[in-house]
Ligand binder design. Sequence first.
Ligand code: R5P
Length: 288
Amino acid sequence: MKIVAGSASKRLAGKLGEVLNVPVIEAQYKLFPDGESYFRIPESVEGEDIIIVQTTGPPQDKHILELVFLLDTVKDFGAKKVTLVVPYLAYARQDERYLEGEVLSSKVVAKILNSIGANKLLTVDVHNEAVLSFYNFEAINLFASEVFADYIEKMELKDPFVLCPDQERPEILKPIADRLGTEYDWLEKFRDRITGEVKTKEKKLPVKDRDVLIVDDIISTGWTVVNAINILKKQGARDIYVFATHLVFAEGARERILNAGAKEIIGTDSIERDESKVTLAPLIAKHL
Ligand code: R5P
């Protein structure tokens, strides 16, 4: 078995190699003066079980194309079985056509990968599991709540409360709340499909003088989390910690969240950021 590390996931691939005790091949990459990319896999993959680790965070299109290049190349050079580890699966929020004429991008990405062929796809906290049905090979979604719970357990928190900033799958918070021996709840959020504006319905929460952990799958613009912070502060919450599996961080989201009053942002190495304090490597390794 060998791991091929794509340019977007070098750190995670290295950690996965350590956990699994398998060699990691770093794909060679350069940019030509005209803007085209060059890749090379500098070691033999013939007859090997290959794990390609390449997340598809920003710039999404570039990282998807790299994944396609790497997959096609290992197949061409005789890899036996290929597993794609794509912790952040780009375009999973375009899981259907919400407006007439929209590109069903999550399906297009799957069609491209299907056409080359792989044996398995592992992703984490995919925004909508429905997109996995577009794959004609095994596609599995893992949940980061387990590794977040390991991290949270070591924090010193005052009477913690766990909050999902929207109504999308709040039940994934249960393992965290259970580990802390506390409760969890969620808010209801609406996004304007045309302007992208995020609105969150106020709700009375038992957070006065308590530390609150906001847990979400993605931080993109950060408005979902900012709205939740504003509601929590109004209701007298103490320290607010923001956990997200995928730190996409579009349009100054990090600053927006910290300025709103979050004490700390904690993410995973699904997308490699300064705040990637929790590694997904043990979770992924368990499923390989
Ligand atoms: C979607 O509903 C997700 O669970 C996240 O809440 C959302 O993607 C975050 O987006 P933003 O950071 O742009 O508010």
